[in-house]
Ligand binder design. Structure first.
Ligand code: GTP
Ligand code: MN
Ligand code: MN
Length: 385
């Protein structure tokens, strides 16, 4: 080919936090199967294997075009032997036998259904699976002992497994804004998680709250929760206090995966004012498991359950919290791995510690954190690794 027709080599950096990963990409036909295998590895608590599949998928998400042949992959990082085998099979046969048999397997389907219950992790789901349980209905029929979160999870199973739309997220943003402003004027609220990355739908809606006056945010969560509860907007909530205030050691070092912010896992009762089609009414009455909802339906209004996460951060940590709660999960993991392995630093949602200088590096924005880490700034919409 003439020189101008030569396809330029793709330079793919090996850490996901060094690359731009848009939400919409060209290789879903490969990344979805690889993520099935990642999920299946998580179900058997094989973290290393899961991470390997997720990293492979993330590399393919960052490619500027669809993969057509194996030789296009030869200079790409992170693609292990197993992933390459799966990709090859899909390119040649249109599907991977391993992925398809995983998808069809009773264990995968049961684990998916059981971990799909809010409050149920892999350990619990696996125990139930080994006891012969396969679905949320089995939990009810066999009278399993459930904690409060799991009870709410079973009760609102259909709603919570119905993706939250951007429109619903906006309505919830307005409610959260009203609640926070009512109990702490001057507070700042931002939408984090998948919606900040530009996702059209999510499994929940995530918020981060702070106040420019350091300390004004202390013990804020119970006030927000009370306000919401008084308005009848909460179906479930569990608030975890800021463990940070009680400990004297200062910001986590080395940072653990779990942070120590005051946070609230909740389920909102979201009014759906307009019911303009029969199918919509049918869908929501099919969902209903409480007499409460039947009454709402008869009175002409209806509602649905939506998962909402609220996190409160001190102003001095707000940039770290924003970065830490925006995701994606893999992008976050890769940021922390980069910090540790390449920079001798440790990054958490609270702080960045430089081991060489033996000091914390302050930041007032996400941009400053990327700069401290020696990384090019990646905007939220390109963190969809
Ligand atoms: P969907 O909600 O599925 O649409 O995607 P999402 O990216 O919003 O996922 P999720 O709501 O689960 O998490 C949002 C962000 O919060 C991700 O970056 C997670 O890594 C982060 N996150 C979730 N739980 C914790 C936690 O306990 N500690 C910290 N530090 N981060 C968390
Ligand atoms: Mn989310
Ligand atoms: Mn969340």
């Amino acid at each position: 080919p003439k020189p101008c027709e030569v396809t330029p080599a793709i330079i793919m950096k090996s850490y996901a936090c060094q690359r731009r990963t848009p939400l919409k990409h060209h290789n879903s036909f490969l990344t979805e199967p690889l993520e099935i295998l990642a999920e299946n590895a998580e179900f058997s608590e094989n973290e290393g294997r899961s991470l390997a599949f997720r990293r492979s998928a993330a590399v393919l998400k960052a490619l500027p075009r669809a993969v057509r042949a194996m030789d296009e992959l030869k200079d790409l990082p992170c693609l292990g032997e197993h992933s390459l085998r799966v990709i090859k099979e899909i390119l040649e046969d249109g599907a991977s036998s391993e992925v398809e048999s995983t998808r069809q397997s009773e264990q995968f389907q049961a684990m998916k259904a059981l971990t799909g219950v809010f409050g149920v992790g892999v350990r619990t789901a696996d125990r139930w699976f080994r006891e012969g349980l396969r679905s949320p209905l089995d939990l009810i029929h066999t009278g399993q002992k459930l904690n409060h979160a799991q009870q709410a999870g079973v009760q609102h199973y259909n709603d919570l497994n119905t993706p939250v739309t951007k429109k619903e997220a906006t309505v919830i943003s307005d409610i959260v804004e009203r609640a926070v402003k009512a109990v702490l004027p001057g507070a700042i609220i931002i939408l984090t998680g998948g919606f900040r990355r530009g996702k059209e739908v999510g499994h929940d809606v995530d918020f981060l709250i702070t106040h420019p006056e350091e300390g004004a945010e202390e013990r804020l969560m119970p006030k927000i929760v009370n306000w919401l509860d008084e308005q009848g907007l909460l179906l479930y909530q569990k608030t975890t206090r800021n463990s940070y205030l009680e400990s004297k050691e200062g910001p986590a070092r080395p940072p653990s995966n779990m942070d120590r912010f005051e946070r609230c896992f909740s389920i909102f009762k979201l009014e759906q004012t307009k019911v303009n089609s029969d199918t919509q009414v049918e869908a929501s009455s099919y969902n209903s498991s409480t007499t409460d909802r039947t009454e709402e339906y008869h009175s002409g209004s209806t509602w649905r359950a939506v998962r909402v996460d609220l996190v409160v951060s001190p102003y001095s940590q707000f940039a770290f919290a924003t970065l830490g709660w925006t995701g994606s999960k893999l992008f976050e993991r890769e940021l922390r791995r980069w910090a540790g392995q390449e920079k001798g630093m440790s990054l958490s949602s609270h702080a960045l510690y430089d081991s060489k200088q033996q000091r914390y590096l302050q930041a007032n924005s996400e941009e400053e954190i990327f700069t401290h880490l020696g990384l090019e700034y990646i905007p939220p919409s390109e963190r969809n690794a």
